[in-house]
Write a protein of this length. Structure first.
Length: 350
């Protein structure tokens, strides 16, 4: 797939926003058909937003920052409608139809299931409304359609392969002898996945492990369970694994909410992270960064919702203004350990 073939090359190219930066891929012609001149009053424009579920802590941070950025850029708060898709694809499709009927000027969608993005793309394109996907990336074939047909559709977000790689690198940096707590020459790990149909979950699961295998570490998976991004589900899974006396040296969680759930179970079992077990997540939620600083979580990966949400808002506004828009705006993750946790915490608390 064309976008996949160029992704690693382009991800290293342009740094344009915030501390972590955003790069661009696959350029697109300027808008010519929507009739919104750059001199139009942005406060009159309507933005429709669908978030896969409000219950997700990370997406709550994202949508609040997104709304603030849209208002800061001139969109009236009254003209921003943000809907909770309740983690249901059909509900999200109905919401997209409703927003189109309401006459929004641009759509921003955090898809429930990126694998089914084509249906939402076709609705937006058919209605002549530009569309910005955020955070959960549609597959390469879908993105190729945007390029081949010059659709007014973009994706803003990070490459989840990088987040998985960084999880592996956090563990690798500790040294094999440190992590091989039982001294058997193998790393026993337990994986708690988000949604197995979600590409971010798939990549984080694959690349966290691949990074260590590529460094010639011997690994043994003692459990791979689905936590569906939920803290309580992860707590229950981790508690069950510990009750079964699974020999676990490292726990990989696809997001920080599940890492917090795993931590609850680990501490309830009387174990200490950093001594009896190692634990990593993704997102760099404020609570988790605090745990990293305290040594209660080994590390996490900053999923920069500030840069992502600002880039998403700016991309949507550029569509409205008929300015040049890229099909792919990629942001970079950041490894978070005790070395830089305070710096990241200061950034998100500004």
């Amino acid at each position: 797939m064309k976008r996949r073939l160029i992704s690693l090359f382009m991800a290293a190219m342009v740094v344009t926003c915030s501390v972590t930066g955003c790069g661009v891929k696959t350029s697109q012609k300027e808008n010519t058909e929507f009739g919104y001149g750059s001199g139009d009053v942005l406060s009159d424009k309507k933005v429709g937003v669908c978030i896969y579920q409000f219950a997700d802590t990370f997406m709550t941070l994202f949508r609040d920052e997104l709304k603030d950025r849209l208002v800061e850029q001139g969109i009236s708060e009254d003209n921003i409608e943000i809907m909770d898709s309740l983690n249901n694809h059909n509900t999200q499709v109905d919401q997209v139809k409703e927003l189109i009927n309401d006459g929004v000027d641009v759509l921003i969608v955090n898809p429930v299931n990126p694998s089914f993005a084509k249906e939402i793309t076709d609705l937006a394109v058919g209605a002549g409304i530009p569309l910005v996907y955020v955070n959960r990336e549609p597959d390469g074939d879908e993105e190729d359609r945007w390029v081949d047909n010059d659709y007014h559709v973009s994706y803003v977000g990070c490459d989840a392969r990088q987040s998985g790689t960084y999880q592996g690198e956090i563990i690798e940096a500790l040294g094999f002898d440190t992590v091989d707590l039982n001294g058997d020459g193998k790393l026993q790990y337990y994986m708690i996945e988000g949604d197995p149909e979600n590409i971010d979950s798939q990549y984080r699961t694959e690349y966290s492990v691949r990074t260590l295998k590529d460094s010639a570490w011997k690994l043994e998976c003692v459990g791979d369970e689905v936590g569906n991004w939920h803290q309580e589900t992860a707590r229950q899974l981790m508690a069950k694994a510990l009750e079964e006396d699974k020999d676990i040296e490292v726990v990989f969680c696809n997001n920080d909410a599940m890492a917090l759930g795993a931590l609850e179970a680990i501490e309830a079992d009387g174990k200490v992270v950093g001594q009896d077990i190692f634990l990593v997540g993704v997102d760099a939620l404020e609570e988790v960064i605090g745990c990293v600083l305290e040594g209660r979580i080994t590390g996490t990966v900053f999923n920069d919702y500030i840069s992502q949400s600002h880039s998403a808002a700016d991309t949507a506004i550029n569509y409205i203004k008929m300015e040049k828009v890229e099909h792919y705006v990629g942001c970079h993750y950041v490894k978070v350990t005790t070395k830089n946790a305070q710096e990241i915490l200061d950034k998100i608390k500004k």
